[in-house]
Design a protein around this ligand. Sequence first.
Ligand code: SAM
Length: 270
Amino acid sequence: MTLIHWIGVPINILLNKLGFNISRIRDETDTKYLAIIKELEGVYKEFLFKDLPINDKRRIHLMGKLEGTEPSEALYLLNYLHKSLKLKGDVCEFGVANGATSALIAYEIKSTDKCIWLFDSFQGLPKPSEKDVLLNDIYRLGSIEAYEGRMACPIDSVHAKLKDIDFSQSRTRIIPGFINDTIKSSILPGKVCFAYVDFDFYEPIRTALNFLDTVISANGFIMVDDYGFFSAGAKYAVDEFLEAKKGNYQTYHPIESAGKFCILKRTEKD
Ligand SMILES: C[S@@+](CC[C@H](N)C(=O)[O-])C[C@H]1O[C@@H](n2cnc3c(N)ncnc32)[C@H](O)[C@@H]1O
């Protein structure tokens, strides 16, 4: 550990406790990082995702700027998103934050007629439930309760990111509010081919999965982030859902180095 690291750790802890989070902003000038993503993309395409379309513009302008989603996870997301695009239905993200992953998803559906549905409180995480046991103290706050209200981002930053990639406003549906309310009162997608669920906590993930079960196309994919990471609630919600829907979903788990998430594929419906 260098002196800078040694000084940096307590500063980060202190800022986290005050409600700030330092994250590194990367951009098109970070050529070393982009070169690593390119290499990773090549390896994944060669050995895992043979049909994954490669796109330099996407890598440079979107993959390099992701914040909550690591490049390997993004490649899984892109792979299963592309497998879903031939199916009927729109695409959704549950837990959007500042919209970096939303822009990545939106970019892939630009040439289709699909809508993107983006659900977020824009007030950060809700109160955790008793199922939300802290597994990884990512902001070093000391308890899961301290995460309530964290990760709040302004809705304007999502609009700005979609505007940057010139995504059609008429195919954008941003649904602000806590999911337990919006799922009852909002206009919702009637059919979904792909969803990325990144709500972190048990209750909202359970709500999203139960809703998706009613609208997901046969052979459509649901990707749930943080399966066994940060809060135990994400894995709990997924396992409980799969148990209740036995036989209706096939699950895929990433290679260990790719991160903590899981993918559910809706099997053929009767
Ligand atoms: C990890 S962040 C999402 C990161 C984003 N998917 C990305 O890749 O950049 C989790 C988000 O979920 C939202 N969220 C968590 N629980 C929610 C709930 N019950 N209703 C609505 N939004 C919620 C938070 O506001 C936060 O923006």
